[in-house]
Each structure stands twice: as C-alpha cells, then as structure tokens.
Design a protein around this ligand. Structure first.
Ligand code: ATP
Ligand code: MG
Length: 447
C-alpha cells in the first residue's frame, strides 16, 4: 500500500492518489450485501458510485465498519428513480436512504463548494453569522466532495467500477501514521461545523490515533461554538461518544478540551474543582462498566449512564430544597428530578423513551431506602428494580457509609428464601435518622 503512495507523494502532490485493487485491502467480501447492491445498481444506472468515509477507513485499518456510506454523482431525485425502497431525508444535508428492512444504506450526492456571490444558490446553501453551515445542498464533483469532508482519513473513496481506492487528501498516509487531521484550515472547518471538534476526539479514541497539533490546537478556544448546536444533534453525538465502547476516554478528553460542559455542565464543573471527589468517581465507574459491557458485546441501557452522569446534581438539589427551602424530603426529591431533567434537556435532547427509565432509576434510590415489609415487596416488583439496585450498588461502592449496609441488605434479600426474607424484614428496625441526605434536620431533631 505504501509503495505506490510514497512514489506519488511529492511536494506538488497531484490528487487523487490512486491505489490499484492489488495495492489495498478493501475487498467486496468486507462490504455488506446491501451496500454492494446499491453500489452496483447506481453503477448500472450509469452513475459513479463509491464507498466512502468510515467504511473505507475502517477496512484499511483492519476493522469491521459499522455502516457503509455511499456517494454518487446521481442527484437525490435520480437516486429515487433507481430504487423503489428509497426515502429522501434531511434538510441540512439532503440524503437518500435505501431501506432494506432494518438495514438502511445512506447514499449522498457529491457536495460542491459554497460561493457567496451566487444569490440564486441561497436557498441551497446557508451560513450563520458565526460561519456555521446551516444548509448544504450544492452538488459538485468528487474532488469538491472530498474537500468538504472533515478528516483526511475520511476522504477515501472505493470505486465499484474499478475497485481502486482514491485518496484525495493523503488519508492513507495519515492512516499509516495514525493521525487525525482536518482537511483545510482547522479554524474555518470548526466554525463551519463545531461538531467536528467532537468528531476529532471520537475518532482519536475509537481508532487509537493522535490528533495532529494544528487540528488539536484551536479546539479549546473554539469550544464555546458548541453552544450553537441544537440539543437534538448533541444527543446524537452523545450516543456516539458514550455508547461506542470508549466512553471513559471520551469523557476525559472532552473535559480536557473544555467540551464536556456542553453535554453535562454540572459534572464538568465538579470534576474541574474536585477531580477525585465522589461525584467524579461514581461517573467514572459507571463509564468504565459501560465500556466493559459494550466491549463484551453485552447490551447497555443508555438511560442508566445518563441517570448516573446527572445523579450528583439531583442529590445536591435535594439538599438545597430541603435545607434552604425547608421542603419535605419526598417533595424535594421530585422537584429536583423535574428541574434537573429540564435543565439537562437544554444541552442534550434526551428522548422520552430514555427519560422515563432515568426517572425510575432515581426514584428507586429513594424507594430502596424504605424497608417496611409492604414497600420492600413493591420495590422488588418494580419493572426497573434491577437497574435501580445496580445503581445503588455502585453508589455504595463509592460513597461507603450507610449505603454499604443498605446495598448488602438488598443483595441478601434477593438471594434469601421466603423464610429468611420474613426474618430480615422482622429484624429490621426502621429509624428516622436513616435519611442521610438531610443532615441539618437530623441535627435539629437531636437538639
Ligand atoms: P462512523 O460511522 O464510524 O462513526 P464515519 O466516518 O463513517 O464514522 P459518519 O458520521 O457515518 O462517520 O459520516 C460519514 C462520512 O461523512 C465521514 O467519513 C465524513 O467523510 C463525512 N462527514 C460526516 N460528518 C461530517 C462533518 N460534520 N463534516 C464533514 N464531513 C462529515
Ligand atoms: Mg459511517
């Protein structure tokens, strides 16, 4: 692979660098059947068709791509004419989705450059005052398309016509030196789309690569641009960063580059001031467990992680409401849950299907403290008991104190025979002071 590249890489490099079919390891066996179908049909329809982006990059790295992105010179309307199972989507980027049951192959049309003087193109392309691209539907040639891509390693095209890899930005060399490098001027590219800062971090951890100094350097100073990203897009990025098996590394790197606060403002503040505190330890433990599960191919609930990252904020708000506003504990708990959730929604739009289980997990933290016989069995029957109990276990590991006894009690209770369970319930003496979260009230009661 290198031989060809080296011989062609001179100071005045002519792009693309072309790798013949015996000079790279991208083979049709590595592509999904559906991706191949789409490529072939576009090609037979008289259009150019390439596999691009993560698909080519990951195969070159010896990994298995998680999806296949296809690009063509056919317009979305022309693509729609070729495929019965085609849906056109997107406003910011107009794309075709070719739907095969649950598998969706995304097909994009080559994107062109934005020329500010073309008033007739205003409807197709739009830029915000900060230079951010709001609409990007100008079609172009393959070279223009390559320049519009984010990183050099993502501007590699595998052609279905000749099985060659076309490298438009020295991406193969960067794959070999394991470098994440933006195409073009980094500051301009981040201003166009600040999410590229997140993508730089995600690819660095996912592919175990380093971010090139010029690509890395502007990130912290441009981080405030993240505030312009709609919460729905932030949620998509959250999923990619935190549910891809590298959550802990991404969390630390986001914090290092001052990007974490745009996802989770409170934990971000917390770790800045107290990186060894219980809140940070708790979140790190949950992130580590999540990564381990994902890397073992086990399922994870996105809600559990979200519930954990925000938990310390709920606890501190409960304390504020009980101590400063004299609210009863139960009311304070619900008010905190509500407020913190809406506060969080302003950063990342968490879908309802995750909000409900998050609230259940939090709510169960309170329920698990109550060991009156009737309540215990009700808690045990709660559909999300398992998640709530797992959450308690991790809290007890970190916080120690009363929580260890509580967590152990629930562990034993679940394993115990009905007789032993009855004994455990009888011998348990509820004490009012158990409400650890309300130290001031306890003091008052003691006076
Ligand atoms: P993965 O699918 O493993 O997350 P990917 O590189 O395929 O990685 P996608 O988000 O699927 O990432 O995007 C496909 C391709 O589209 C990228 O490889 C890149 O070329 C281009 N692309 C995606 N997002 C951007 C962006 N914000 N700016 C410029 N190009 C982008
Ligand atoms: Mg992809």
């Amino acid at each position: 692979m290198t031989k060809n590249a080296d011989s062609k890489q001179t100071q005045n490099q002519q792009f693309p660098i072309v790798f013949g079919r015996d000079e790279h390891n991208v083979s049709r066996n590595e592509l999904s059947e559906n991706a191949l179908k789409v490529l072939y049909r576009l090609n037979r329809g008289g259009y150019d068709a390439y596999l691009v982006g993560g698909g080519v990059r990951d195969i070159l790295l010896g990994q298995h791509p998680k999806d296949f992105d296809i690009v063509t010179n056919a317009t979305p309307e022309q693509i729609k004419k070729l495929f019965r199972n085609c849906r056109l989507i997107g406003r910011r980027f107009r794309l075709a989705h070719i739907v095969f049951g649950r598998d969706i192959i995304e097909v994009a049309t080559f994107r062109g450059h934005h020329k500010e003087d073309h008033s007739d193109k205003q409807k197709l392309s739009k830029q915000s005052e900060q230079g951010m691209l709001l609409r990007d539907n100008i079609y172009g040639s393959i070279d223009e398309d390559a320049e519009r891509r984010d990183f050099t390693i993502n501007a590699l095209y595998y052609s279905i016509k000749d099985f060659k890899v076309y490298d438009f930005a020295n991406g193969v060399a960067d794959i070999e030196s394991r470098t994440i490098r933006l195409i073009g001027d980094p500051e301009t590219r981040y201003r166009e789309d600040p999410v590229r800062m997140l993508r730089a971090i995600r690819f660095a951890t996912k592919l175990d690569m380093d971010i090139d100094p010029k690509t890395r350097e502007p990130i912290t100073s441009l981080a405030p641009l993240m505030a312009n990203i709609p919460p729905a897009r932030m949620f998509e990025e959250y999923m990619k960063l935190f549910l891809g098996g590298k959550a802990l590394e991404n969390f630390d790197m986001l914090a290092e580059y001052e990007l974490l606060q745009y996802f989770f403002p409170h934990i971000s503040e917390d770790i800045k001031h107290n990186s060894d505190g219980n809140a940070a330890k708790f979140v790190r433990t949950v992130l580590r467990n999540t990564d381990a599960r994902i890397n073992q191919g086990k399922r994870v609930t996105p809600a559990f992680l979200l519930a954990a990252v925000i938990w310390h904020r709920i606890e501190s708000q409960i304390q504020v409401f009980t101590e400063q506003h004299n609210m009863p504990y139960q009311d304070a708990f619900f008010t905190a849950m509500h407020e913190v959730m809406s506060e969080q929604q302003r950063c990342i739009a968490i879908p309802k299907r995750f909000q409900l289980p998050m609230k259940d997990i939090w709510f169960l933290q309170q329920k698990l403290e109550q060991r009156e016989p009737k309540k215990v069995f009700k808690t045990l029957e709660h559909p999300r008991f398992r998640a709530g109990y797992d959450f308690l276990l991790i809290r007890s590991e970190i916080e120690q104190g009363d929580l260890v006894e509580l967590a152990n009690w629930w562990t034993h209770f679940q394993e115990a025979t009905p007789d032993t369970q009855q004994q455990m319930l009888k011998s348990f003496r509820p004490t009012r002071q158990r409400r650890r979260r309300n130290p001031r009230k306890r003091k008052k009661a003691a006076e």
